[in-house]
Design a protein around this ligand. Structure first.
Ligand code: SF4
Length: 269
């Protein structure tokens, strides 16, 4: 029996970097990976959790002692009432809903129910995923997804384990399955200096992605430090203190390098 409720940590209206057109992005809570660069560390724990409230907001929003709760249990119907507010914008811009996270595939029944409801309303659907999930979960939702935003980070398995906490073989197998199903896929690769941004990884990335027929574009996303303060407020260690964002010149070089593999490449989402 499918469940109509799950845990999310945000809904963003008028998103323009999470797929085509103007979109409403719903952020599911919980992720099986622990990428060192994750700028949404509050997305990783699948349960509700407490976070320190920034000083400026303490008097306005804090429930107790400068702490607030991240995450909210919601029904599909509550999400739909938010999503349906923006239908006119989806229609005019070619937009729709994007389900992101965290990892949406960690709440498969909730995800299925939400996608199905969107399709009843003829809303374009994107799922933004790490691809790290059992195949049967992907199979359960694949027919309800118009576009996948699919993260590929590191081609070397040992490096993948080192920096994300999980192996990458399942991620590649699931991506290849989506191609067999003729789904549209945009690959998203975070550019993290000296981690994903190495000559070897970029060359392997170009070679692998260019072998896949379903990839319509590759988005390269420059590392940012926006999440650093959230780690402190969640009392979690931040491991990339000494890493700076890549320069504009470096991003352009990487774009040009990947284009030599006959890929369409965009800087940013
Ligand atoms: S897959 Fe995304 S949400 Fe999950 S830990 Fe990595 S960056 Fe964060």
């Amino acid at each position: 029996m499918k469940t109509d409720s799950g845990i999310i940590f945000n809904i963003k209206h008028f998103a323009v970097h999470d797929g085509p057109g103007i979109r409403t992005t719903v952020f599911f809570k919980g992720c099986p990976l622990s990428c060192r660069w994750c700028h949404n560390p509050e997305s990783i724990n699948p349960n509700l959790e407490e976070i320190e409230v920034p000083y400026a907001r303490v008097s306005v929003t804090a429930k107790k002692c400068g702490k607030d709760t991240v995450g909210k249990k919601v029904q599909v119907s509550e999400i739909m009432s938010e999503v349906l507010k923006d239908v006119i914008f989806y229609d005019e811009s070619g937009g729709g809903i994007t389900i992101s996270g965290g990892e949406p595939l960690m709440q498969p029944d909730f995800l299925f129910s939400l996608l199905k409801e969107c399709k009843i309303h003829n809303i374009h659907t994107c799922v933004d995923t790490s691809g790290y999930a059992p195949r049967k979960i992907i199979e359960s939702i694949v027919d309800y997804v118009d576009l996948f935003l699919y993260d590929i980070k590191l081609l070397d398995n040992e490096e993948h384990v080192r920096y994300t906490g999980v192996k990458n073989d399942r991620i590649f197998q699931n991506l290849e399955y989506l191609c067999e199903k003729n789904k549209k896929v945009i690959i998203r690769t975070p550019i993290i200096p000296d981690i994903t941004d190495t000559e070897e990884n970029i060359a392997q990335l170009g070679e692998y992605i260019s072998s896949l027929k379903c990839v319509v574009r590759v988005d390269i996303l420059p590392y940012n430090q926006f999440g650093e303060d959230k780690y402190r407020r969640l009392e979690k260690p931040y491991q990339l203190n000494n890493t700076n964002p890549p320069s504009d010149e470096r991003m352009l070089q990487l774009k040009e390098k990947l284009e030599t593999f006959n890929l369409q490449v965009k800087i940013g989402g």
